[in-house]
Write a protein that binds this ligand. Structure first.
Ligand code: SF4
Length: 220
């Protein structure tokens, strides 16, 4: 299988052998036993080496990123995210099928707040904190970064923790724009999850509206 990482990543950004969260590490061992063909490791960020946009999701899905090794690939959440990124010029194609499908992200990278599959899609707070050091290192080395897009409250809190900012100063709300510094803006969106999209909490139009604003900002 081809390497899932599109760019070389420093060990401070991504450690494929990390077992810092014992509950998650043991869960991955069990899932690997049941699904030997699945990736079942911390899922690395995917995308451009020096992006201006970083999209931060929650964690790999069992039969999605955890199976394929690429964020938001193989499960319910991916099609809306990748088709939207493509629509606004951040992806070379509208679909992400596998790590070796040739897809390129343009000026954009996708990462997760928690790199390992959590049971029930619910990481514990301590696990999010453990993984924040990787996210912090990734943001610190993103020298061209101008926009962060957090999908959901867990990703939002993780980004704030990574940047040592307080939630009460930057509360989460869908389509909210936070000016973090002169050069860095944080956008919020509801997560592109099955629950949110099936209940209508997040529609395609709502998500496109956020990405349209990001495109406009980066093009200005
Ligand atoms: S979730 Fe992050 S910190 Fe925890 S074991 Fe996985 S890679 Fe390591």
């Amino acid at each position: 299988m081809a390497s899932p990482a599109a760019v070389p990543l420093a060990t401070s950004v991504y450690d494929p052998d990390c077992r810092r969260c014992p509950r998650l590490a043991h869960f991955l061992d069990e899932v690997k036993h049941d699904h030997p063909g699945y990736f079942c490791k911390p899922v690395p960020p995917f995308g451009a080496a020096h992006p201006r946009l970083i999209v931060v999701g929650l964690a790999p899905g069992l039969h999605g990123a955890n199976a394929t090794g690429r964020p938001f690939t193989g499960d319910w959440c991916g099609p809306l995210l990748y088709s939207s990124l493509h629509r606004f010029g951040f992806a070379s194609a509208s679909e992400s099928r596998s790590v070796d499908d040739g897809l390129k992200l343009i000026d954009c990278r996708i990462t997760n707040a928690v790199k390992c599959l959590p049971p029930q899609n619910k990481p514990e707070r301590s696990e999010v904190r453990n993984c924040t050091s990787f996210l912090g290192a990734e943001l610190a080395e993103a020298s061209q970064l101008r926009v962060l897009l957090t999908l959901g409250t867990v990703a939002h809190q993780a980004v704030l923790d990574a940047l040592r900012l307080r939630l009460r100063d930057y509360p989460f709300a869908h389509h909210r724009r936070h000016q973090l510094t002169d050069a860095l803006v944080l956008f919020n969106s509801y997560h592109v999850s099955r629950y949110n999209t099936q209940t209508g909490r997040l529609t395609e139009a709502m998500f496109h509206s956020v990405l349209a604003d990001i495109r406009k900002l980066l093009d200005s």
